[in-house]
Design a binder for this molecule. Sequence first.
Ligand SMILES: *Cc1c(COP(=O)(O)O)cnc(C)c1O
Length: 404
Amino acid sequence: MSKKVVIKNTDPDSLGHFGPYGGIFVPETLMEPLRELSREYERAVRDPAFLRRLDYYLRDYVGRPTPLFFAEQMTRKIGCGRIYLKREDLCHTGAHKINNSLAQVLLAVRMGKKRVIAETGAGQHGVATATVAAMFGLECVVYMGKVDMERQALNVFRMRSLGAEVVAVTAGQQTLKEAISEAMRDWVTNVRTTHYVLGTAYGAHPYPVMVRNFQSVIGREARKQILEREGRLPTVLVACVGGGSNAIGLFHPFLKDRGVRMIGVEAGGLGIRSGQHAARFADGRIGVLQGTRTYVLQDSDGQIRLTHSVSAGLDYAAVGPEHALLRDMKRVEYSHATDEEAVHAFNALGRWEGILPALESAHAVAYVIRNRRRWKKSDVIIINLSGRGDKDVQQVAEWEKKHK
Ligand SMILES: *Cc1c(COP(=O)(O)O)cnc(C)c1O
């Protein structure tokens, strides 16, 4: 890391600009609802009663704080540094997504909304939102691409069992991008009764900053936990980057600590040269997609490219705008891991630690494995284990069958 970088605050301006990125690119009818959401969000996070309520449910319902686990076997295998896992996989419903779903649903209740909608790719955000909506007695509709519904049948069943309506989206590639468009269309029509629970640090302002702040509980806890365990700050943080919420949630509370290197790991798919990946920083250009300006995978005509990853949660053509700024500032480094490396890391962590990571999180584990010769004895490395791998066993089995 360059030592001369001055770490400025990355908070966006009042219109959600993170430097040249972010902003609000939506139809006119959504401008006022987004403004109202910003106002209500600002009020809520200054209201001690709201924060007490959020803390209560994070503790007793989600199961926070999640442990920071010293991965002794992995540390031994890697041979250098000390490796810790932030166990977001132990959150209720099996991933970090519920930190944000819970907070946004509490906000929706506070705003008097009776209905929530969400988009989902792998189904983790849909399950988290359906779960919290059930507890608070809200109507819940989840938009999901038809192809994703087939790939993630288990999560569709979970959402329906929780009382949510799952709507199959049949436009275009029939995956996450189309599901987001459909959710936005619903929101335009039903905005008076409905809150749109967006699942990552992406989209029009205030979503990127709001979701980041709701996920920053991960980094605040990790900071306290590592100081207790090691008596010092970590030297390296590693997290996978889809839209960017688990990564920014871990990174944000450490941004001003110069000695902490941060690495975001994107989906390298079949390799950058194959064109089949979702590594926006390796191969993307600046553009506007679904409400925000950021790095987008696009062809020379500006058409959104098809993406590929073995992990549905990383398989999206654009990345959250704050990450784009952090990359320009050189505060965070971005790398990628291939499908093959992720599947290998999935198996390795299972055997070393008895923990099956989500294939998304396995990309972060893979980065640490690949760079094992670079770690120093004095390194203290925290990997964000954003979710558990139970949802992915079918996917891994199929991958291994194909590559035997
Ligand atoms: C959705 C998901 C991701 C990717 O989303 P981010 O917003 O980048 O965190 C990563 N890991 C898991 C387990 C997920 O469910």
